[in-house]
Design a protein around this ligand. Structure first.
Ligand code: MCA
Ligand code: AMP
Length: 489
């Protein structure tokens, strides 16, 4: 396999920009290369994945060294971090200088990524150290990305180098993505979307990325208005863009001038798609992926951006729909609903330390069961219509398991019983609703306390946005909670 970043030794222009700090390719090659020399025998390394130059450099260095990187959400709470660190057992954590780490990381060696000192800055693009004598085996784990399931704590999806290369090259083809592209986004760097697509993607192409630090419509307008060519975002971001467009003419102008606007991680509502198209003349392109599979389908840059569809399978990806019995559905049209199963070089290899869960995730023949339900238009365009598991919630583009929030709520002294559901939300797609039977009916814990409790144990995006109090949860004869019987609204 060719190196993951062929452009690192060849390109000369800007590679990364976070706010007013940036690195050119020769600078990145030099700094990441010298850090890689030090990481070569490190085993797994955790990365405190703040939206910063240091995170990008740390991950590139680990990849150059051929050691797996475990990106950590810097807003994760103690119980989530403790689980991830115990499960992935990194030898050290890469952080930006001065980072304040929470108690769960005490005892783990910290290595500050100093983009001014880690390497000698060179402007000549000469023979800087690339950290690894040759490209490691394609099956070598590159990243371990934690992702929520319906129950229990998040699982670490082991993503090999081959999957990263395959998915980014398939997107090169589908999006006509080149070294001339300048990507702008404000996505977090501890998930596939912001890290693999949004950071490693431009670096593999030899183009550049400008990260907004945090998403804002002003930031999008500024960057697309000054040379950026592509925007990546989750539907919540496009919803906020659609809302802002009538009052921000600069935003409409900037979007109209972009080469490609891409949405993913959750379904983009047709209403937001159409509002953006009406105000800018541009249609947002949707692509469909998953932590375990990286990217599966996309609307192509040279194809028709049809609202409500996620396009066609990417080159190299086998995709089929199957019925309840696991039989392939060959018909097309709105009635032929089935689970999406995929196969190809884009897939992960396993869930770390979870052979049981890994085995369960695959159907015979090496097909990965996505759990997403879809239909296909007569010409093959895929439309996602739902999800098999009701206990998985997609909020703001984050996948969140009802079970992990229920467990966190049950650890609050004021809670006797808890159930968690997702409800439609115009901004977040789904909002997390907690149904609580208080330990003391006369003194129910305030909603804010429960939200803070979940935010500090797990992560702020997993906190309930709505809390509803009940005297008892509806249960069947077996004592199982019947979530469908919970009152709506
Ligand atoms: C609020 N905050 C709190 C609390 N309440 N902190 C602690 N305790 C609390 N009780 C803080 C938050 O940390 C945050 O801080 C701020 O208040 C606002 O929080 P929140 O309301 O959650 O943010 P939001 O404005 O609703 O976020 C919307 C968002 C976000 C920006 C769209 O959801 C987002 O970044 N989503 C991207 C998800 C993503 O990348 N998914 C990809 C995975 P502060 O203001 O400092 O941040 S899916 C994937 O990778 C697959 C492969 C795919 O297909 O892409
Ligand atoms: P994650 O496990 O966080 O990587 O999220 C993967 C899930 O996000 C998929 O299984 C889908 O349910 C959902 N998803 C990703 N992209 C899209 C999209 N364009 N449209 C609808 N759902 C999507």
């Amino acid at each position: 396999m060719e190196p993951l970043f062929p452009a690192l030794d060849a390109a000369h222009g800007e590679a990364l920009r976070f706010g007013d700090r940036s690195l050119t390719y020769p600078e990145l090659a030099s700094i990441a290369g010298s850090l890689a020399e030090r990481l070569r025998d490190a085993g797994r390394v955790a990365v405190w994945a703040t939206p910063s130059l240091e995170t990008a450099v740390g991950v590139v260095a680990a990849l150059l060294a051929g050691v797996p990187a475990v990106p950590l959400n810097p807003k994760s709470g103690d119980s989530e971090l403790t689980h991830i660190l115990r499960d992935s057992a990194p030898s050290l954590v890469l952080v930006e200088p001065g980072a304040q780490l929470p108690p769960a990381l005490v005892g783990l060696e910290r290595h500050e990524v100093d983009v001014r000192q880690d390497g000698v800055l060179r402007q000549d693009g000469g023979d800087h150290p690339t950290g690894t004598p040759g490209e490691p085996d394609p099956e070598t784990p590159a990243l371990i990305v934690y992702t929520s399931g319906t129950t229990g704590p998040p699982k670490g999806a082991v993503v090999p180098r081959r999957a990263i290369a395959a998915t980014l090259d398939a997107l090169e083809d589908a999006w006509q993505w080149t070294a001339d592209d300048v990507l702008v986004h404000g996505l977090p760097l501890f998930h596939v979307h912001g890290l693999i697509l949004g950071t490693l993607g431009p670096l593999r192409r030899g183009g550049s990325v400008r990260h907004l630090g945090r998403f804002s419509t002003e930031g999008v307008a500024r960057e697309l208005g000054s040379g950026a060519t592509m925007l990546f975002g989750v539907p919540t971001m496009y919803h906020r863009i659609a809302e802002a467009l009538p009052g921000e003419p600069e935003l409409a102008k900037a979007l109209a001038g972009a080469r490609l606007l891409v949405s993913g991680s959750a379904a983009l509502p047709v209403h937001d798609h159409e509002r953006i198209a009406a105000a800018t003349g541009r249609r947002v392109v949707e692509r469909y992926g998953m932590t375990e599979t990286l990217m599966n389908t996309s609307v192509r840059a040279d194809g028709e951006a049809r609202a409500g569809t996620v396009g066609v399978p990417l080159p190299g990806v086998d995709l089929r729909l199957v019925d309840e019995a696991g039989t392939e559905i060959t018909e097309r049209g709105p009635e032929a609903v089935g689970e999406i199963q995929v196969r190809g070089p884009n897939l992960f290899t396993q869930y770390l330390n979870r052979p049981d869960a890994t085995a369960e995730a695959f159907a015979p023949g090496g097909w990965f069961r996505t759990g997403d339900m879809a239909v296909r238009d007569p010409d093959g365009y895929v439309r996602i219509v739902g999800r098999k598991a009701t206990d998985l919630i997609k909020s703001g583009g984050y996948k969140i398991g009802a079970g992990e929030i229920e467990n966190a709520l049950l650890s609050h002294s004021g809670v006797r019983e808890a159930a968690v559901t997702g409800e439609p939300d115009p901004d977040l797609g789904e909002r997390i609703v907690a149904w609580i039977v208080p330990a003391d009916a006369d003194a129910p814990p305030p909603a804010e306390d429960l939200a803070n409790h979940v935010a500090s144990a797990l992560a702020p995006h997993k906190r309930p946005r709505v809390v509803r109090y009940l005297e008892a949860l509806p249960r069947n004869d077996m004592g199982k909670i019947m979530k469908r019987a919970l009152p709506t609204g």
